[in-house]
Design a protein around this ligand. Structure first.
Ligand SMILES: Nc1ncnc2c1ncn2[C@@H]1O[C@H](COP(=O)(O)OP(=O)(O)OP(=O)(O)O)[C@@H](O)[C@H]1O
Length: 243
């Protein structure tokens, strides 16, 4: 399987706080890679480094064969890296349709007519076609999360970075997000999905990466990682003496 994104020896420090010491992994084309790790492990910081919000102290990020570590946020978005934020931040006084359009226009690869058509397609994907004229501020949490994903999809990403989209949702709502991510994957988008909810990692991802102590501790099939001695050690302080 070919890599769409390769991260090598990625590090970032804030003063003496070495949040990421050396992170290495690859995202394969068309896969959903889950990222887990304890609170404060640096998962969101890693997404911010991948999107260009934060500059790494060291290491390289290669996207479709091109080194992008020094590119800014706009270039990375236009190049095909889209993201959601942990707390959805729609423009509350704009409609659902307008919010999705903003994503398309920011992506910058479409005419206004194409952006409108794309917004309608995205609305269908995220299940908000019947709420296009509602103000985003009127949406409930699940629909806000859907819209957050839609705004990112409207930039036509090749890679979608999801930051805890399942947080705060009920079981059945989480299930609908898992299904939505599967739809996005089926449309050919590669996904990195940070989440604390174990079910999303087991049911919604192809591989899972454990981030802890500033490094990529283990990466592999979801069930294998969840049952690994590394996860046991990081979350429960055990597992060191296992083979
Ligand atoms: N801009 C910043 N300046 C200084 N320190 C920061 C900055 N951003 C994040 N940190 C620190 O980096 C560490 C990792 O934070 P981050 O939000 O990435 O963790 P996380 O793994 O996403 O945690 P959670 O699962 O709780 O969301 C924390 O100690 C945080 O205080």
């Amino acid at each position: 399987m070919s890599a769409i994104l390769t991260v090598k020896d990625l590090g970032i420090s804030f003063g003496s706080n070495h949040v990421l010491k050396s992170v290495n992994f690859q995202l394969n084309e068309g896969e959903v890679l889950g990222v887990i790790g304890p609170n404060g492990a640096g998962k969101t910081v890693m997404l911010n480094v991948l999107t260009g919000i934060l500059k790494p102290t060291k290491g390289t990020i290669t996207f479709e064969g091109k080194e992008i570590s020094k590119e800014g946020i706009t270039d990375r978005c236009k190049g095909g890296i889209g993201r959601t934020f942990q707390v959805p931040r729609p423009f509350e006084k704009m409609t659902v349709f307008e919010n999705i359009m903003v994503g398309g226009v920011f992506g910058g690869r479409m005419s206004e007519k194409q952006a409108k058509e794309e917004a309608l397609r995205v609305a269908e994907t995220i299940g908000l076609s019947d709420k296009l004229s509602l103000f985003a501020g009127k949406l409930g949490l699940l629909d806000r999360k859907r819209l957050e994903i839609g705004r990112a999809l409207a930039t036509q990403p090749k890679i979608l970075l999801l930051d805890e989209v399942g947080g705060g949702l009920t079981e059945s709502e989480v299930e609908s997000i898992i299904q939505l991510v599967k739809t996005v994957k089926a449309q050919g988008v590669s996904v990195i999905w940070i989440e604390h909810i174990i079910r999303t990692m087991l049911e919604g991802t192809d591989r899972v990466l454990l981030l802890a102590d500033g490094v990529d501790v283990v990466c592999g099939k979801p069930m294998e990682v969840m049952n690994s001695k590394e996860v046991s050690r990081v979350y429960m302080g055990g597992g060191d003496d296992e083979a």
